[in-house]
Design a binder for this molecule. Structure first.
Ligand SMILES: Cc1ncc(COP(=O)(O)O)c(C=O)c1O
Length: 384
């Protein structure tokens, strides 16, 4: 049977984060209490006003197909958001709303990759990038990190060739939590311009940013870069709407049109109800979510202040993950020991292109985090 499946499926890895969640569910079903730090979503509920907008949409019968690229009001609201928060001028025709930012990214790879085209993915990276590039027929090419866990510029330069189509930027980053400064983006931007490649800027964690830092979109640096940039964002992380599946991209008009065509022939529009919910989320004053972001900063601080000297970690400046390592354990051993000895679920760094680290999420309640810190410290004393 399997020999009838496409070559693409043979090369495809299942999502690492979903696999660990499955193991956690199995252990929980056996009655074991697990501290689940493998999750990639905020722990707060979708705000009531957003749910209200969805219920209203249902009651008013807004339950049919919509414009396949997303309803105009929502694309207008996204256009306003990009201008207000990111200093980016995109017209609604340049915006495509999809079933989550993940879907936006996949649409992009389908639109730009021919067989063998290369997409540069800086390590450590979000697990889904390489697999999505592969499904689209492209070839993921990995760029090393420097001692700050940011792009190694010399390595980046050496990777670019005539097959290079794009580079992916993800700031704040999942999994490392690093945030690129404007100057660093300028340096990367010059390389992008010189080589005339696309820059896919995944900005889904833009509001989860700490230490008074400010998110800068590479597309906002100058008009030439904006013409090569595709900005990806969504409501999943910001408004705790991971299950609603709304993400979007903003791109040069000709590319947006092609992506619109792909979407119209594949999934059609994202859920009409979720679009109304996203519309209400985005028209909301973002200042009002800042208490939530500050709460995440408090948790981040709790974590970095209380991990003991045997734990090595990358200090997150954004997003809600922390990468850590202990002694000489490789990432799989560390993951297994955390789960078996301390009942802590984490994700192995190998899947993110970084050896010996594991990723934990601090998007969990403080009491869970405190118990996890104690467990990690115990393990670190033993193996560190
Ligand atoms: C870096 C990054 N980009 C994109 C996504 C996709 O988000 P969604 O499809 O829920 O909008 C995620 C989700 O974990 C992510 O971590």
């Amino acid at each position: 049977m399997e020999n009838k499946f496409s070559r693409k499926t043979k090369e495809l890895k299942p999502s690492a984060t979903l696999l660990i969640n499955k193991k956690v569910s199995e252990m929980k079903a056996k009655g074991e209490k697990i501290l689940n730090l493998s999750v990639g979503e905020p722990d707060f509920d979708t705000p009531a006003f957003i749910k209200g907008a969805a219920i209203k949409a249902i009651n008013e019968g807004f339950t049919k197909y919509t414009d396949s690229s997303g309803i105009k009001e929502l694309r207008e609201e996204i256009s306003k958001k990009l201008f207000k928060d990111n200093n980016l001028l995109y017209y609604p025709e340049q915006i495509i709303v999809s079933n989550g930012a993940k879907h936006s990214l996949f649409n992009i790879f389908l639109a730009i990759c021919d067989e063998g085209d290369e997409v540069i993915i800086p390590q450590p990276y979000w697990v889904s990038y390489p697999e999505m590039v592969k499904i689209a027929g492209g070839k993921p090419v990995f760029c090393r990190f420097n001692n700050e866990y940011k792009i190694d510029i010399e390595h980046l330069k050496s990777l670019i060739n005539e097959k290079t189509k794009a580079i992916i930027l993800n700031s704040p980053s999942n999994p490392s939590g690093i945030v690129y400064e404007k100057d660093e983006l300028k340096t990367i931007g010059e390389i992008i311009l010189r080589n005339n490649i696309f820059c896919i800027s995944d900005e889904v964690y833009e509001y989860y940013i700490y230490d008074g830092k400010k998110h800068v979109s590479i597309a906002s640096l100058n008009e030439e870069l904006k013409n090569l940039a595709i900005v990806v964002n969504g409501v999943s992380k910001t408004f705790s709407m991971t299950g609603w599946r709304i993400g979007y991209l903003a791109a040069p008009l000709s590319l947006a049109k092609v992506i619109g065509n792909i979407q119209s022939q594949t999934t059609s529009n994202p859920s009409s109800i979720s679009q109304k919910a996203a519309l209400s989320a985005l028209s909301f004053n973002l200042k009002d979510i800042s208490p939530i972001i500050r709460e995440f900063e408090v948790r981040r601080n709790l974590l970095i202040k209380n991990l003991n000297e045997f734990v090595q970690f990358i200090k997150p400046q954004g997003a809600f993950y922390l990468m850590l390592k202990i002694g000489n354990l490789n990432s799989l051993q560390l993951c297994e020991k955390l789960l078996d000895e301390e009942k802590i679920a984490a994700v192995a760094g190998d899947d993110f292109g970084i050896e010996n680290f594991v990723r934990i999420s601090f998007a969990v309640k403080t009491e869970i985090l405190e118990q996890a810190i104690a467990g990690i410290n115990r393990l670190a004393k033993k193996y560190g």
